[in-house]
Design a protein around this ligand. Structure first.
Ligand code: FE2
Length: 262
């Protein structure tokens, strides 16, 4: 924690990365080496910025194979801050669990990769929206029950929720990024009953959007993989990866910026 020149308390800095879509080291895909380079460049800059934590909102690899996770682990090795992952539709949960079994926050059993982190000025809750062989987000009653229970445990703790899939419509291309509209509506109602949630952070759509959602703010972020990034390339060189920095203010709001790597 520290005070800047204006006396504002900056209690936490959070970096968010998403949708790196890493291939295996031996891949001959045209974008394989570029995607690896994008992640490495972001990691170098994150280490300079020294955030308290890094949140990784899924689609970490392209096909979910052990070889891709091995490559991902090697690329992530230089990262200094603590990293918290949630799966995306491109991830394979058993392989992801195996690759990150040294990370105690990742549950090694059960159908979901959800968890809560209570070690920081703001509480972190990861909600797993993925199902095997399903591209869209799933917010079933079991997931809702887990989230409701987690939120009831600490109703007075400001909380950031992070999910791979946005549970709202973003634009025509990603309308209904969730499988069942009634589940998305139920999740929205659930979150709106728990006012300690100050922000929802998502990936999946590969571009930046911000909206009011369930009585809080929601953002999606550009993909780290620049070849599948959308919209930003109209204004930024396609060679420049970008990630998000979210600064927690003393009012428990997040001030967010896109950090473009020159
Ligand atoms: Fe993705």
């Amino acid at each position: 924690m520290g005070h800047d020149a204006l006396g504002t308390l900056d209690s936490m800095l959070i970096a968010q990365i998403s949708d790196t879509h890493i291939f295996c080291d031996e891949s001959n895909h045209a974008s394989a080496s570029q995607r690896a380079r994008c992640l490495s460049r972001c990691i170098s800059d994150i280490n300079l910025q020294q955030p308290d934590v890094v949140i990784f909102t899924g689609d970490t690899v392209q096909h979910g194979t052990p070889e891709e996770y091995n490559h991902l682990r090697r690329l992530l090795a230089p990262l200094k801050p603590s990293l918290y992952l949630v799966p995306g539709n491109r991830d394979n949960k058993p392989e992801m669990r195996a690759a990150f079994k040294d990370q105690p926050y990742i549950p090694q059993e059960g159908p979901f990769l959800h968890y809560t982190i209570d070690d920081y000025p703001i509480r972190l809750i990861a909600l797993d929206s993925t199902e095997p062989e399903e591209r869209k987000g799933v917010f079933c009653s079991e997931r809702q029950e887990w989230l409701e229970k987690a939120l009831k445990e600490k109703p007075d703790s400001p909380t950031i929720l992070f999910i791979h899939h946005p549970p709202f419509d973003v634009e025509d291309h990603y309308t209904s990024g969730y499988r069942y509209p009634d589940q998305a509506i139920a999740l929205t109602k659930l979150v709106s009953r728990h006012t300690q949630i100050t922000q929802l952070l998502c990936g999946h759509v590969h571009c930046l959007f911000r909206c009011d959602w369930a009585g809080t703010n929601a953002t999606t972020m550009p993909s780290i993989a620049v070849d599948v990034r959308r919209h930003m390339d109209k204004i930024q060189s396609q060679q420049q990866p970008a990630y998000m920095l979210h600064r927690l203010t003393s009012e428990s709001t997040l001030v967010s910026e896109i950090r473009v790597i020159e």
